[in-house]
Design a binder for this molecule. Sequence first.
Ligand code: PLP
Length: 382
Amino acid sequence: MKKSEYLYLDHAATTPMREIAIKAFIDAEHEGFANSSGGHNLSRKAKNILEQSRETIAAIFNVAPNEIIFTSGGTEADNWSIKSLFNKKIDADSNLVTTNIEHEAVLASAQWIKDNDYNVTFSACLESGELDKSSFLNAINKNTIIASAMRANNETGIIQPIKELSNDVKKKNPSTLFHSDVVQAVVSDKIDFHKEGIQSAAISAHKIGGPKGVGAMFLSNEFKLPSMLHGGKQELERRAGTVNVSGVASFASALQEQQNNFDDEIMIMTKEKQEFEKIVKDNFKVKVIGESEKRLPHISNIQFEKVNSEVLMVDLDLNGLGVSRGSACASGAQKPSHVLKAMGVSKDFINNHLRFSFGWSTDLGDGKKAAKILLDSLEKIT
Ligand SMILES: Cc1ncc(COP(=O)(O)O)c(C=O)c1O
């Protein structure tokens, strides 16, 4: 990626593609352009690239290759896991339990199930930003088909106690499928799906330096889900449609590079975020959301006293700093954040937040630079 004067701190929305991932995409297009489902030599080349990529990704999450199914991204994987069992004639008492701080891909899927007259619980979260484990578990019963809770929140970075939760869900109902949206957690945390009791997960390539429009669903071999797309028999007959082999190859190479550089990248993100938060806290009245909670190293959500986030965001943009108000969809719609609302942030402060998110291409010194631009803007507009 070419660095410009503009300081990009919106990596949680999307992050630049890694050079190695761009190269992997181009190489795969050259060598494996053929349809991976065909019967000739060139198709076999494409199929090999596809299966090697699947093995690379599976090994990173410590799962079997056939537990990884490629999708068009995190949104598709969330929709598929959550909706597909409610898509056929099932018992009317069947229900879904999720939380009220999920990404829109989960929330809207859950709402679709509710609109189809099934019981859905959107369990509360605590003021700390951690999901309310007892309210989640209270809702699990013998008819709970799916329980879904994100591994870490995309607006606050707050990490959720997924291992304990999945364990307790299983104690209440061993046949419930435990789904977790790990799209944001994968950016700066290591995950072993089986060890954490996650049986289905949504992963996205563009958050870790791969291409947009590619992702994967992890689905434990204990479960089968009906295909959402009807058509050909690709992806072991589980997802119809010609597979985006170059996108998948690029995804695998981005993920492998991220794993190879994991400690160094996390060290820089952590250092820069801490430096940024310290300078800002020392110089302006702010609250760092989830400061005392376990948070992903790349996300910092800050509440500014008496400062409208929209006005601040525009001024920061004009001064060369790109950040966001929360999740990309919410900022487009200019809606107050459902996550902050769920955490009990009052009306007076709900529009006073910005999310600063660091990434693999963050450099040493970026935290300090960002803090300076931010403090200059605050001085000007307050
Ligand atoms: C937590 C979370 N889930 C799901 C998604 C959607 O992923 P994709 O953009 O690959 O559809 C995102 C992206 O914003 C996310 O942050």
